[in-house]
Design a protein. Structure first.
Length: 578
């Protein structure tokens, strides 16, 4: 795993040095246009199966397909490969459309479904039967597996392979009419059972399946396989470049075989390396298990690598698009360090997120020499990276909350924050000095810190430049709003959650500390009207967003989007010194 990650880091660092790095697919499309192929057209498609929510790996494909179409003045379709109704749901269709739109892409009036082509695909199957290239097979799944052979041994012809054209046509019609039980018969292509490519060993084209389809209802009793429907759907839509991930490379000869036998428009299938990310699984099957088994709160749980999850966590579409551009498009599989994704997010949020003050683990501070009934409003900068965002007013009073970690009764060496006899600056306010503590009678723990302030050190005053070694954030007790904050960490404890001995469940690497809930935080009043989904930098703490699903005026809820610590930036700086 270490080798893969180091290799990926090297590749992604190189990509990050170029604002718009070229790649082999862009080069192919450029050459095709130069040669006049497809009359210079560029027409791509993003073809998800609606059997789950999209994840960050799909974002790479979305950006690639829609991005290439836009770059070359072409078109990109959104097509749902909905050929397996037993696993597909309308909620997945709607979530996919929402995700693609959120990423910033629009398919216009080109929303298609493989089920739109059910009759045409059926007619293609009839064409292959009539030309002697397809047959109805009675072998069940276990028998078919036995006949298929192995990677080193050829398969055997099905005993039903030599049925006559008329018999195959009759049986296939009866399959469509629903005369046969599920799994009892299939339609198979007649190619070569001795082919070294197992995908060409008489693959299944249709199977009997009684399941209600989310669009066609119970109209069909047979459904095409992905391998049969995909290429023909591309052809029907006039796709020029069928871009897919590397695992479909061995399927390309079958993709080509169907199109050649049918003698129809032939798109070019091009494979690229899928995205692998450290501390993450990007298998829809595994993500579905996490949801069904209750390891996460749903597909949009902010710990999930789904687009819905990272959107709820506070990621921006701009950061995702920038990440996808930086990692580039390669032929060889590698693993990208999640620190690079987080770096892209910090870069974006640093420019756009307002700065605010929040106290996650509060302890009271009483300023003894500050007037008891006085409140003043102090000017605070909303974002030093963008002066146009202006300033806001922050109320200041005699009793404040600070972070528990910002006070130590017995400070360790090198601790410069608040401690008995020590001074700190309050952000945007005054310098204060600890003069005592109040302890809980039962536990002996410090429950309140007593301080004095220097009224001449107000930020912006003539003496505000007096130096102290630490500045801490705070909120006024009288004006603070209570909030719940959820601290999220990586969902897995290992860089490669699948790197386990045989027989060991990958879920053993789930991180039991991936979520910590802080129910009694305090935030400044500026956040009282914050919109769901809006993101802020809590000064000194990280970036946080208002939860888009559960937050309300009665229960303000924030998700930690990302911490302030940027490990990828350190990697980048180190690599530039080499």
């Amino acid at each position: 795993m270490a080798t893969k990650t180091t290799e990926a880091n090297s590749e992604t660092r190189a990509a990050a040095t170029d604002a718009a790095p070229s790649h082999f697919i862009r080069n192919i499309v450029t050459e095709d246009r130069r040669a006049g192929k497809n009359q210079g057209r560029v027409h791509t498609r993003f073809p998800p199966e609606p059997n789950g929510y999209l994840h960050i790996g799909h974002a790479k494909s979305i950006c690639l397909n829609f991005g290439l179409a836009a770059e070359f003045g072409g078109l990109c379709n959104l097509r749902f490969d909905d050929t397996n109704p037993s696993k597909e749901e309308v909620q997945y269709v709607e979530s996919i459309k929402e995700d693609v739109r959120w990423l910033g892409f629009d398919w216009g009036d080109r929303e298609f479904y493989a089920s739109d082509y059910s009759e045409q695909l059926y007619q293609f199957a009839l064409q292959l039967i009539k030309s002697g290239k397809a047959f109805v097979c009675d072998l069940d799944a276990d028998q078919m597996r036995e006949y298929r052979g192995t990677l080193t041994e050829p398969g055997k012809n099905s005993p039903y392979r030599d049925r006559s054209v008329d018999e195959n046509l009759g049986l296939f019609q009866r399959m469509r009419s629903g005369e046969f039980p599920d799994g009892s018969r299939t339609l198979r292509a007649k190619i070569d059972m001795a082919s070294p490519n197992i995908n060409l060993r008489d693959p299944v084209m249709y199977r009997v399946l009684r399941a209600t389809h989310h669009r066609t209802g119970d109209r069909w009793r047979i459904y095409p396989t992905y391998d049969f429907a995909h290429g023909q759907s591309d052809s029907i839509e006039g796709i020029t470049h069928s871009i897919c991930t590397h695992e479909f490379e061995d399927h390309r000869p079958l993709y080509d075989w169907f199109l050649d036998q049918l003698n129809i428009h032939h798109p070019q299938q091009i494979e690229f390396a899928r995205l692998n990310l450290t501390y993450t699984v990007l298998s829809k099957r595994k993500l579905l298990l996490l949801v069904k088994e209750g390891h996460v709160a749903g597909w949009d749980d902010p710990r999930m690598p789904t687009i819905a999850g990272i959107r709820r966590r506070g990621y921006t579409a701009e950061a995702i698009r920038n990440f996808c551009e930086r990692i580039g498009v390669a032929k060889r599989n590698s693993t990208v360090d999640i620190a690079m994704l987080e770096h892209c997010l910090r870069e974006d949020l640093n420019k756009r997120a307002p700065r605010v003050m929040a106290v996650l683990r509060p302890i009271r501070v009483v300023i003894e020499n500050y007037p008891e009934n006085q409140t003043e409003e102090l000017a605070a900068v909303n974002n030093p990276e963008d002066p146009s965002m202006g300033t806001r007013k922050v109320p200041f009073s005699r009793v404040l909350y600070i972070e528990q970690d910002d006070f130590r009764e017995e400070p360790p060496k090198g601790y410069f924050r608040l401690s008995p006899g020590n001074e700190v600056r309050l952000r945007y306010a005054y310098i204060i000095k600890c003069v005592g503590v109040v302890k809980d009678a039962a536990t002996g723990a410090v429950s309140e810190v007593r301080c004095t302030y220097d009224p001449e050190t107000k930020s912006g005053s003539s003496r505000s430049s007096r130096k102290v070694k630490a500045t801490i954030h705070w909120v006024s007790v009288a004006h603070a709003i209570q909030a719940e904050v959820r601290l999220y960490d990586h969902l897995f404890t290992k860089e490669d959650p699948d790197d386990l001995p045989d027989g060991i469940d990958w879920k053993i690497n789930l991180n039991p500390q991936s979520l910590e809930i802080l129910p009694d935080c305090r935030v400044e009043p500026y956040l009282g009207d914050a919109a769901r989904g809006s993101t802020f930098q809590f000064e000194r703490l990280g970036y946080f967003c208002v939860d888009a699903a559960e937050s309300s005026r009665q229960r303000l809820l924030f998700n930690r989007t990302i911490t302030l610590r940027d490990t990828w930036a350190k990697i980048e700086r180190g690599s530039k010194k080499l």
